[in-house]
Design a protein. Structure first.
Length: 95
């Protein structure tokens, strides 16, 4: 007889962690798209429902970008490089 652990995906017990916070859905989409292009999946969490309150004040418009715990360090470095204007080096480029 199979146990529950045999039916769960390998990352079912993995936690998500916040790697970045943005102000608004447009910025969140940009960061998520960049992470996805680097092979890092993410999700978001925010206080306000953006479709109901597209413009918020007092920090309610902040959106947290979360990734799986094992991708956190790579995601933070990728976002830092992106924000600094230093995208990851081309794979064909000699370092």
């Amino acid at each position: 007889m199979a146990t529950d652990s045999e039916h769960r995906p390998a990352n079912a017990d993995m936690k998500t962690v916040v790697v970045h916070t943005v102000q608004g859905p447009v910025e969140a989409e940009i960061v998520q798209t960049f992470l996805r292009s680097c092979g890092i999946e993410s999700t978001t969490q925010g206080l306000a429902v953006q479709s109901v309150h597209p413009f918020t004040v007092d920090g309610m418009g902040k959106i947290k970008i979360l990734v799986m715990e094992n991708d956190a360090e790579a995601a933070r470095q990728t976002i830092a490089d992106f924000l600094a204007g230093n995208p990851e080096p081309d794979a064909d480029q000699d370092l």
